[in-house]
Structures are given as C-alpha cells and as structure tokens.
Write a protein of this length. Sequence first.
Length: 404
Amino acid sequence: MFSVIIFTLYSPLSNYLKIIIISVSLLIIVILEYSNFKIARSNFNKKNELSNLLKSFDEENKKIKNSFNTFKLAFNNIKEGIMVINKSDNKITDANESFGSIISFPGIVNGRFYWEVIRDVSVLNGIEKVLSLNEPTEIEVSSTLTTQTNHYYKIIPSGSFIIVILEDKTLLKKSERIRADFIANISHELKNPLTAILGFLEILNNEEINESERKKYLQIVYRNVKRLIDLVENLLFLSSIEGGNYISKTSISIKDLINETVELYKNKITEKNIVLIVDISNDLPFIQANEFQLKQVFINLLDNAIKYSSNNDKIIIKVYNERDYVRIDFCDTGVGIPSNEKDRVFERFYKVDKSREKNSNGAGLGLSIVNNILESMNGKIEVQSELGKGSTFSVFIPTNFTQT
Ligand code: ADP
C-alpha cells in the first residue's frame, strides 16, 4: 500500500487525483491495521481466559489432592482397622495400615481375596453371612484365633461393598483382667491374716488356756497384724511412686548400696548355706537417685533370690556399665519361673503358684514396687528364667541420672 502512495506521488497525475488516491490508500491502511489489532486483542483475551481456566483447574486439582492426602492420612492413622471388600469379586479394594498391623499380616492387603488376609473362621463365617443375607445387617464377631489377643470385628454391608471394622481389645481386656485379679488378690491377702486374727482372738477369749499357749497365740495375732500393716504400707508406697510425687535425690554409689544390702541378708544367706558372689565393676559412675527407693529395689531382688532358692544354691550379683545404663544382675539357681508367667510377676499381687507353696510370706507386691521405682527413674527391669534352673533379674539404671 505504501508503494502505491510513493508511485502516486511521483506519477504525472493531477494533484487533485493524487490527494484522492493517497487518502484512500491511507484509509485502507488504517482499516487494515485496526482489524489486525482487533484480531490480536481477541487472541490475547482468549489466551488469558485459557490460562485462567488452567490456573483454576490446577488449584482445584491441588485442593482435591490435599483433601485426598488428608483423608488417607486419617484413614491410615485411625487406630481401628478398616477394610473394604468389593461384593462382586470378593477382593479387598482398600484397607488401612492399622488393619494389617493388628492382625500382623505380612505384606500388602489391597487387591487380595478377603480370605487370604482373614484366617479366623468365625470372622469368615460372619462375612459370608453378610454377603448371603443381601440386606443391611451388621454383625459383631470376636476373634477366637489366639487366646493372647482379643480382636473384635464389625461387618457392615454398604451398597456393593462390605466394610469390616477391626478393634484390638487385647490391652483393654488385659487391664480389665489385671483389675479383677487385683481386687481378688487384695481380698485374699487381707482375708487370710484377718481370719487368723479372728480365730486366735476367739480362742483367747473363750477357752481355758495356759500362759504359754496364751503367749503363743498372741504372737500369731501379732505376726498377722504386722503382716496387714506391711501390706498397707507397701500399697501406700506403691501408690506414692505411681502418683509421681517429688522425691529427694542424692549422689549414690551403687557399690556401697549393694554392699549395705548384702550386709542386711548375711544371716539369711548363711542359714541357707547359699554361695554368694558379688562382682562390682570399678568404673561405675555415681547415680542421682533417691537412696531409700533404690535400696528398696536391691532389697526386694536379693530377698526374692534368697527366698526362691534352696539350701546350697548359688546367687551372683554382678554390677557393670552397659551402654547408657548401669546394669545390675541378680542371678540365682533357685526354683525359676515358668516362661508363660515371666511377664506377669511384675503385676501387683501376682504370685507364681509353684513357688507360692515354698513361700508363705510374700504378698506379690515386691516386684511391682521394683518395677515402679525403676520406671520413675527412666530405668527398667528384665527377667530371664528357666523353671527348676533359676532366674536372673537385670536392673538397668540410666547413666544420664548420674553425676561423675
Ligand atoms: P512376693 O512378695 O510374693 O515374693 P514379688 O512381687 O516379689 O512377690 O514376686 C512375685 C512372684 O514372682 C513371686 O510370688 C514368685 O513366684 C516369683 N519370683 C520373684 N522372684 C523370683 C525368683 N528370684 N525366683 C523365682 N521366682 C521368683
């Protein structure tokens, strides 16, 4: 168009005609440029719209992803196990992490047939019943697979799926059992001395008895009252440790404390002709702890080692550093503890039946007190034992309680 203008300018046409041609050309140029501008602008607007659309799509996508992740996190962190079974192919479409861990299933649960994962016949029967009923039915089944665990299933139909909710009630049942045992045991421990006291008081009150018999019966009453007081004192001591009351701490030499404890039991050890070996490492740090409580730990463990040993048995006390702890082993060659009762000896009032016959005095509180004291010091106690061969109780006291 510009060449037309230049050509017109230098052409021999009249000025009047030149003006008309140039004006028309310029007009055409303006119109063309304007239409180009409009097209560009609409293209620009379209591009903008598209990028806005993409942006909002991206944001929605992020929101969906976030809520899905939150849902998955919650799903996996619910302490109950949840499993979803597709009714059409009997396969598991989804299961949270708790499900696998409660039943200790090794590997991935999703995508398997439900009977590959659930082995408990009563639960499988429950699922089959819900599948066959074809109507909204909710059933509850307690697993009977093992006696150590207590698993409780709820099976709920939901459209074309079945939802299985699994609760691990093992700990709950265990604490219920401990509570019931505690009440039965404390009643038993109180009843025995009270019955003896009542019986001998009746004899003292009603019957003609001579002076030496009177003294003998009063001694029995005295012993049983003392036993009741010991019992109550031990219970109060236990509850004060459990209550976490502040106790004063001092710098303690474990070597001295062990030697003092051994001194207390010298006579009993000689009476039973027990061979005692005390082996204490020389580089032990001082411990910041309550001396009375720590001594109670050593007394209870040495007392048991002697009580549950026969004449001529052997007891070894070994004290040494082990990683972040000072470790003290009380090792005896006595009656031992059956393996299925080892963990229970730390429960309040728990007594192993076999050894109970040999020992008429213990109330089953000693190890519970030991355990509680050590827990309050961030320490721990472990037991290894073989019935008829002996036991080793190992005490671990953290050295971050120490002062060198
Ligand atoms: P108790 O006062 O009856 O001895 P403990 O709490 O100290 O109570 O111990 C609980 C039970 O653990 C005891 O009744 C006994 O059966 C068993 N026990 C504890 N120490 C030993 C040991 N060294 N050898 C064998 N059995 C033990």
